[in-house]
Design a binder for this molecule. Structure first.
Ligand SMILES: [Zn+2]
Ligand SMILES: [Zn+2]
Length: 944
């Protein structure tokens, strides 16, 4: 059997399909893993890495005395399986294989995954030949060519990948541990530090500091407007920028008619099309379309795996001679860009554009398959379109602009007007992403005089450097040699995820800043790109076999030891500095009640709130939504009214929830409830807010005197307000219970909010579960429930109310359970079912049942049934069972209707009894007749 191992399941499926040609591919499941077979070939996909590098056992304890963070530098590493099922499938197949071809992605990472696979195969089969297929696109041409001439695995390339894994593990783990321990942070709040991550974060922090320290300089721009034949245009002073206001004003004063044309210079500007896409260029262009770097990469990988574009991780900006450009054009002709492709074919430039970087691994990113908008969906389509258009642009002719520069003279002051017209759009025809606005001037000739319409002096300020967008940061990382094409966007994603940075453009958070500033002070090497750049260069040399993996890893260990020399000397200071700033990170502003500091407090996983630093002297606090909605963090915005930082809830994988000023939000969310209190009005609310009374609970806790004082009302009114407040509190409690009930019993559904439903219920006066149980079902369907849902919900509500009423009537929990098991759950059952029935159904004694029935009847305001004694009941039972045709089952049904003696049976109305018991009326009549015969018999026997 030939065994082919691909990098992912999806690529395995496509490779199998392509190689099988017309043969059918069978998909067999081996546990969760799919094996694709045709003829004598099996294809299986990995999940990227199936093993990972980790320290050998014994290094897990962070607080170990002998295994300090520094000891991790020299700690031995090993490879640990992460996907055991996939490994066992691969090894099972490898035992029987006649040859193995590794078809992982064609780059360092893919080569490393290939090497890991190689080792796994060798563990179970020492002799099978293992070859490597390399391809840059999963298309029929590339795949068949790659498998026709498989080559050897590139062990040097894999060794470079292995070196990076080990170095990143050692650096990340030892530094993260050291810094987190120093700042006393554990669990989810550890402070991660990394070889590429920290210098990248430092760039963002440094940029933020530059922006803060920037002091804007004023400058002045002088321009005039004129016109010819109704066309207005403007010209700027030859001094493009005046730094001195007096000079600018003097020049303005001298600008006088006549305004004459001195010179007209026509020219041409040639604009070359952009170079082919490498990963960075692609991410920058996708960034302009609004894609974040990780998202653009994810979409591009998806397109690659499905054969629409070539491999998106590439450093190459020059099409290799082996790439069939005509073939790519033919592919594009089959898409909706067909006309563009035909135009390009007719106007093709002599040779395609080329960028500065050539590498041999992959071609620049280009289309490999014909995509259709309906098939790809919006997001994938926009990325596909970008790649197609870029490819077309690189083969298109230059764009040509006709330019004109006109020199003017106004009373001796020199002015210049420039114009440009796109004469030949060239590549801009197929690549409409960058702006190309014409700036037309009317035709002018030297010596001509023009009217001077206006002279304008504008004051401007120099601007600070902009924050990094994700794509600009990726470019900068590339310039500095930080990370690789495949890791840069992941590093940024990690910084966001660790909450070191936020937003786009990227801003550092307080923690991010605290960590970098402390490291810059005490161990600057970690934050500077030099060392990491050296290591990246070393890894390139491993690929070229100029250095060995062991050599580079050991060099990196030496570097790290030097870093620890710096760190350990300042461990305490680093810890203090970071802790100090992170305290600040939680402080959101002054406490309105006492002027202390309000801080965000997290109490384990269960809760978070905002409390005063002077607790317990000051107990002012604000609620926050439970952490399941996200962890509360402060943002840069500050409330003007309360001087409190805005608060945001952040949760992994979810859009952040902005709460805004927590006090404003507290006030507005409680306002509605306060307004439910009778006789309250905005004036009173304002006066209460001034005393930090924001909620009904706050209000209800006041004494009548202090309320009269605070709200400026009479003692009488204060009492009335307090009574109203306690009613509203009760109402709120009932409503909150109703809300929880609805949330628990009504499944969530798209386009329907549960709080919206409860709001409608409130508006109909349904404020608690009892109200819900008794509500007209049409109100519920009107609130957005389906009929079946409303019915179920009301059933649940009735059951809960019944249960509650029975408990309130005083029935003990143990008995209640017995009743419930016998399906006797409603208070009405107690009033209208005969106690004898209740007793036989539950096994509770008649005496007990009577007591319960009387308790329930009392709360229901119903007259309890007359008691009959146990002896009388026993006697009746015996007599009833003696009636021919009677049995236990029929007896229970009769009990249900309150028929406990033959007398009651004889005197009943047959149809009514049949209805009440569910016994067919015929049977009832027979039983009644039999009972009467028995009575007569008894009586005659008594007479005799
Ligand atoms: Zn306080
Ligand atoms: Zn506020």
């Amino acid at each position: 059997m030939h065994l082919i191992i691909a990098e992912k399941n999806l690529s395995a499926a496509r490779i199998a399909q392509i190689l099988a040609g017309r043969e059918r591919v069978a998909q067999k499941k081996d546990g969760p893993i799919s094996v694709y077979t045709f003829g004598a070939t099996a294809v299986v996909g990995l999940k990227g890495h199936v093993v990972e590098v980790d320290f050998v056992e014994g290094y897990a304890d962070w607080r170990s005395e002998e295994r300090t963070p520094r000891s991790l530098i020299e700690a031995p590493t090993t490879k640990v399986p992460t996907e055991k099922k996939i490994i066992s499938t691969i090894q099972r197949l490898a035992r029987q294989a006649s040859d193995v071809i590794i078809a992982t992605d064609f780059d360092t990472e893919g080569e490393l995954i290939g090497k890991e696979t190689f080792d796994l195969v060798r563990q179970v089969n020492r002799t099978v030949p293992i070859l490597r297929a390399r391809f840059s696109a999963i298309t029929p041409q590339e795949i068949t060519a790659a498998f026709r001439t498989p080559t050897e695995l590139d062990f040097a390339l894999a060794a470079a990948g292995e070196a990076r894994q080990v170095i990143d593990l050692v650096w990340g783990a030892s530094l993260t541990r050291f810094i987190s321990l120093a700042a006393k942070r554990g669990g989810k709040n550890i402070l991660s530090v990394g070889r590429v991550q920290s210098p990248t974060l430092a760039m963002i922090v440094d940029r933020e500091k530059e922006i803060e320290e920037f002091s804007p300089q004023k400058y002045w721009l002088l321009s005039l407007t004129t016109e010819k034949a109704g066309e207005v245009f403007s010209a700027r002073h030859e001094v493009a920028r005046f730094d001195d206001r007096a000079l600018a004003e003097a020049a303005k004063a001298r600008t006088r008619p006549p305004l004459s044309v001195k010179e007209v210079k026509e020219g041409e500007k040639v604009e070359r099309p952009p170079a082919p896409f490498d990963t960075t260029g692609f991410l920058v262009a996708a960034g302009r379309l609004g894609f974040s770097a990780p998202n653009a990469m994810r979409v591009a990988e998806d397109l690659y795996m499905n054969g629409f574009i070539s491999y998106p991780r590439t450093d190459n900006t020059v099409y290799p001679p082996s790439l069939n450009l005509d073939g790519v054009l033919r592919t594009v002709e089959q898409t909706e860009f067909g006309e563009h492709a035909l135009w390009v074919r007719g106007h093709r430039r002599a040779s395609p554009t080329r960028g500065k970087k050539t590498s041999t691994d992959h071609p620049p990113i280009h289309p490999t398959g014909a995509g259709r908008r309906e098939v790809l969906g919006d997001e994938r389509w926009r990325i596909y379109e970008l790649v197609v258009r870029r490819f077309l642009a690189t083969l298109s002719p230059d764009a040509r602009w006709s330019t004109v520069k006109v020199s003017l003279d106004a009373g001796g002051e020199p002015y210049v007007a420039t114009g440009a017209r796109l004469a030949e759009p060239g590549w801009r025809k197929v690549y409409p992403y960058s702006r190309s606005e014409d700036n037309l001037l009317p035709s002018l000739s030297p010596g001509e005089t023009l009217p001077l319409k206006d002279v304008l002096l504008e004051e401007k300020e120099t601007q600070p450097p902009p924050r990094y967008t994700q794509s600009r940061l990726i470019q900068r990382m590339e310039d500095l040699g930080l990370g690789t094409k495949s890791t840069r966007h992941e590093v940024i994603a990690k910084l966001l995820q660790r909450r070191y940075v936020e937003g786009n453009p990227l801003r550092p958070t307080l923690v991010g800043r605290a960590v970098i500033e402390s490291l810059e002070r005490h161990a600057a090497t970690i934050t500077q790109p030099d060392m990491t750049r050296t290591l990246e260069a070393d890894m390139q040399e491993i690929k070229q076999k100029k250095q060995t993996r062991e050599g580079v890893v050991s060099e990196s260990r030496q570097m790290l030891h030097r870093v620890f020399d710096e760190l350990e000397a300042h461990g305490q200071e680093i810890g203090k500095e970071i802790m100090g700033s992170t305290e600040e990170e939680r402080t959101i502003g002054p406490c309105p009640a006492c002027g202390g500091d309000l801080r965000i407090r997290q109490m384990g996983p269960g809760g978070q709130f905002i409390g005063c630093s002077r607790y317990p002297e000051c107990d002012f606090n604000l609620n926050l939504p439970s952490p399941q909605w996200g962890k509360a963090v402060k943002t840069a915005e500050v409330c003007r009214e309360h001087a409190l930082s805005h608060v945001r809830l952040v949760r992994k994988g979810a859009r952040p929830w902005d709460i805004g000023c927590p006090l404003c939000s507290h006030i507005s969310s409680n306002r509605e409830a306060l307004l439910l209190v009778p006789h309250i009005n905005d004036d009173i609310l304002g006066r209460l807010a001034a005393k930090h009374i924001y909620t009904v609970t706050d209000l209800s806790r006041m004494s009548p005197e202090s309320l009269a004082d605070a709200a400026a009302v009479s003692a009488e009114d204060a009492k009335r307000l307090l009574a109203g407040a306690s009613d509203v509190l009760l109402l709120l409690r009932r409503r909150s219970e109703l809300r929880k009930f609805v949330r628990a019993h009504l499944p969530p559904k798209r386009g329907r909010s549960q709080s919206g439903i409860t709001r409608i219920l409130y508006s109909h006066g349904i404020n608690d579960i009892r109200g819900l149980a008794a509500a007209d079902p049409s109100l519920l369907t009107g609130a957005g429930m389906k009929e079946s849902e409303a019915e179920l919900l009301q059933q649940e509500a009735r059951a809960l109310c019944g249960d509650r009423a029975l408990r309130e009537a005083g029935i003990p929990a143990a008995s209640l359970k017995r009743y419930r098991e016998a399906s006797i759950a409603k208070p009405e059952d107690f009033c209208f079912l005969h106690p004898a029935y209740l007793s036989t159904r539950t096994g509770l004694s008649l005496e007990t049942v009577y007591r319960h029935v009387e308790m329930v009847c009392k709360t229901m305001g119903v007259k309890p049934p007359a008691r009959i004694s146990k002896a009388a009941l026993e006697e009746g039972r015996g007599a009833l069972l003696a009636i021919p045709g009677m049995d236990e089952k029929l007896l229970e049904k009769l009990y249900r209707a309150g028929v406990v003696t033959p007398h009651a049976l004889r005197t009943a109305e047959a149809p009514a009894l049949a209805a009440a018991t569910g016994i067919p009326v015929e049977t009832v009549r027979q039983l009644m007749a039999a009972a009467s015969r028995g009575e007569r018999h008894n009586r005659s026997a008594g007479k005799g």
